[in-house]
Design a protein around this ligand. Structure first.
Ligand SMILES: [Fe+2]
Length: 481
């Protein structure tokens, strides 16, 4: 196992970071199809494949960045060392109509149409396909948890249309932006929110052949906003945090979904454990906390070990999501990584903080999903309590709590780093991290490639993309030429 450097970061810039420092991150951006010609350092030999990322690219009509239109970015590393960048909008009905008319055409989760309540009443938020992109067994999907996946042509990024997996996803059931793939079975474990009066989550799996298999319905223990979940060898773990939605003003068009989420700490957080084989669900109750993303999960001695990025309450995340143009982003400083040991037999759990640096957008090596893994990789800030968009790429040793990070500086944003295993390498951290980085001083986009064994050495290569490609949330790696 490679050694992990314990890095001490010298920070002299104590002033809180402000949105002007990441100017251009939420610019509306154009589609691009061009080679990457400005490269500092050397792209590693052996890094061959395509990194896809998704995130909103049109912000002109959105009050929340979750209401921008999905733009798929593809960065292709060729065998001959060439690198190509391509980006293309998902052709959702909303995007097509909005582009043709040049004005807002739908309400979103944090945006109402201008013109009053009657233009919004009893209308569902649009599906922008803007959250994640998922490569699974030869298919590329653009995902947003409010609706069904869009199939995307993995080569030219054209939109092939929505899929309901041959009718298995009903019109009322959505599809998570966070499938977790079991490396042993090849199954993509998934869930979808079932909309309607009988609130629940539909749990299912997509097998290696792309076939849909229902697992069962998880009753919502709270009227909760569930974004991610955890998967072990035998269990699915759902966290229902005390985020309660006031439905009436949303239905009547006087308010938006994001504006009507209330934090009710007195309810605590409910946890549901569902067997992957289906069957009886075990329910637990614990103290209130807000979950961001799942780092990883595994089983040990009958217990389920679940590592989460979490916050103390919804507003630490929600303020930035709902008012991103004016938010001070201080809440992000409260983010940290917590380990939960859940005992299904006694319906109890023990929890501890394993990293107190603000960290989010976790990624792990693909073959450690659902299994015991030591390392995870994050977008992070450099001091406990430091707010603002994440400025660093960080590696965490989940066993010792040691961190190894590279700080891009306060005028840059480091987005979710994707781990790509070095072909033939077997050590868990033998590979590269590829992170899109936004440069707020130049309103420009870069891509950093770091050696995952020694993150604090900084990028082995920095690719300057043609222009600004804006914000991206999540990505996926397609290996090979
Ligand atoms: Fe996410």
């Amino acid at each position: 196992m490679a050694s992990v450097a314990q890095t001490t970061v010298e920070v002299s810039d104590d002033a809180p970071r402000v949105a002007a420092e990441w100017a251009g991150l939420f610019d509306t951006v154009e589609e691009v199809d061009a080679p990457v010609t400005r490269i500092e350092g050397t792209v590693p030999a052996g890094l061959v494949g395509t990194l896809y990322r998704n995130g909103p690219g049109v912000h002109d009509f959105a009050e929340s960045f979750f209401d921008g239109d999905g733009l798929i970015r593809a960065l292709t590393f060729r065998e001959d060392g060439g690198v190509h960048f391509k980006s293309r909008y998902v052709r959702t009905p909303k995007y097509e109509k909005q582009t043709a008319l040049g004005r807002a055409v739908s309400r979103g989760v944090g945006t109402n149409l201008p013109g009053g309540w009657f233009r919004n009443a009893f209308r569902a938020p649009a599906h922008e396909a803007n959250t994640s992109v998922f490569w699974h067994e030869g298919e590329l999907y653009a995902l947003e948890e409010g609706g069904h996946p869009y199939r995307i042509n993995a080569d030219d990024l054209s939109t092939l249309g929505m899929t309901d997996f041959e009718g298995n996803l009903t019109a009322r059931s959505a599809f998570t932006a966070h499938p977790h793939v079991d490396p042993e079975t090849g199954d993509a474990l998934c869930f979808g929110t079932v909309f309607g009066l009988k609130l629940g989550l539909q749990a299912f799996r997509i097998d290696r052949s792309g076939r849909f298999h229902d697992i069962g319905t998880v009753p919502k223990l709270r009227d909760s906003f569930v974004h991610d979940f955890a998967v072990t060898k035998n269990w699915l773990v759902f966290f229902f945090t005390p985020t309660v939605t006031n439905i009436l003003p949303i239905l009547l068009g006087t308010s938006t979904y994001f504006d009507e989420i209330d934090w009710k700490p007195e309810l605590g957080t409910g946890i549901a454990l569902m067997p992957r084989a289906g069957g009886d669900i075990i329910e637990l109750e614990t103290e209130p906390f807000q979950v961001g993303h799942t780092v990883g999960a595994f089983e040990e001695g009958g217990e389920l070990i679940v590592d989460l990025c979490q916050l103390d309450n919804w507003s630490q995340m929600g303020d930035a999501a709902t008012a991103y143009r004016t938010s001070d982003w201080k809440g992000y400083g409260a983010s940290r990584v917590r380990r939960h040991r859940i005992d299904p037999a006694s319906k109890s759990l023990k929890s501890e903080t394993i990293c107190s640096l603000p960290a989010e957008f976790p990624r792990i090596r693909a073959d450690t999903e659902t299994r015991r893994g030591r390392y995870a990789f994050f977008a992070a800030n450099t001091r406990p309590g430091e707010g603002g968009w994440f400025r660093a790429t960080m590696k965490l040793d989940r066993e010792t709590g040691a961190t190894d990070l590279h700080d891009y500086g306060r005028y840059k944003v480091g987005l979710e780093p994707i781990f790509v295993a070095r072909p033939g390498g077997t050590d868990e951290d033998d590979g590269w991290l590829i992170a899109f980085v936004h440069d707020g001083r130049n309103r420009a986009s870069e891509v950093a490639i770091l050696d995952a064994r020694q993150v604090s050495d900084g990028p082995v290569a920095t690719l300057h993309l043609p222009g600004n490609t804006g914000v991206t949330f999540h990505g996926t790696w397609r290996p090979g030429a």
